[in-house]
Design a protein around this ligand. Sequence first.
Ligand code: AMP
Length: 428
Amino acid sequence: MRIKAVRGTRDITPDELRKWRYVEEVARDLFRRYGYREIRTPTFEHTELFVKGTGETTDIVEKEMYTFIDKGGRSVTLRPEGTPSVVRACLENGLFGQLPVLKLSYIGQMFRYDRPQAGRYREFWQIGVEAFGSADPSMDAEVIQLAYQLVTEVGLKGISLELNSIGCKRCRPRYVEDLREFGKRHVDELCGKCVERIERNPMRLLDCKEERCRIVMKEAPVILDYLCDECAEHFAKVREYLDLLDVPYAVNPRVVRGLDYYTRTVFEITAEGLGAQNAVVGGGRYDDLVELMGGKPTPALGFAAGLDRIVASLEAQGFEFPIDEGIDCFIAVLGREAKPVALKLATSLRREGFSVEMEHLGRSLRAQMKTADKLKARFTAMIGEDELKSGRITLRDMKSGEQRSVEEGEIPYILRRGGFSDGADAPS
Ligand code: AMP
């Protein structure tokens, strides 16, 4: 029996990867324009990092982590999200001292033992940013604008950005208490998971997907009524800046996000075409996390975009990904004697920067030309008996079908020009 990929994981084949690369390139270029530098952290960490960072009462830590004991007896976990690792890495490498505002981006696989379905995998990719050092609402606006620009620049349609503030250590406890009381009064109407949440993490009652819970929670107290003056003012400023920047959003007091470390601003972006799993970006401010991880108090915020979902929604929306260019030149080889000439030609063209493929199978010219077509070769160079005798090479423009006998030295010029000409700029 053939061994299959593990449930919830999948392969990204070259044809699909082309689409991923396109999204990644848009993101990389945007991050550069916004001043982010990339960081790479390990895919596994001490389990404690996520228990402490992501939060003990989150779904992620409670039931979705890939945790195992390594051969040295350590409990390690495949990262379920990027933020705790980035914070740890900054502390460990002294990055916080380097710049007053430190902006980092990352891309990588995340692992969550969740129920697999369309748009939800156990291994998936996130591309995200973290900005440390500023508590100013203009920073929130800039990060949200970046997230919004990312999803629009890649070409997604039917975007909606939902924004909320979940307050701070000072104002949130009173809200959580009232929410708990509300939950207790409605305990008979809630799902089993939510009944547990009443004690452990009442905020999570707000993002339960069960219909009956959603109906009950429509009547629940709203965090925005509980914000302290500072948080309310911060939120008002964030909205003012977003208006100034023409970033469209809707305030939704039910967006609370699944992670414990958020403070104040939280946001989520959804896109059309994905059905239930339509969230493509999630993010927010986390002013207490750096201190919680043992650093100096450092305000921060960030977001993570789901690469799998961005690609899937683009596909669902019928987006035309940039076309695969194909190779510059295929070298057809006829007979063994032609091999050394072909190998040399391939080498010199590749050195010049061209993408070149040559025949290694010794097939008929017809079969080789078919392959050249399949590889979308712009030109085909043919080397056979006649060419060996004359010392020239037959070059075919695969678009026009025109074929000429040329000097080897002319080929780079023709390739670069993208067609034959009268050779005015060829070497003499
Ligand atoms: P989160 O870290 O849960 O806020 O997720 C941020 C983004 O990552 C989401 O908006 C999704 O696009 C993506 N994402 C989260 N979980 C999964 C998953 N299991 N499979 C695929 N994408 C995911």
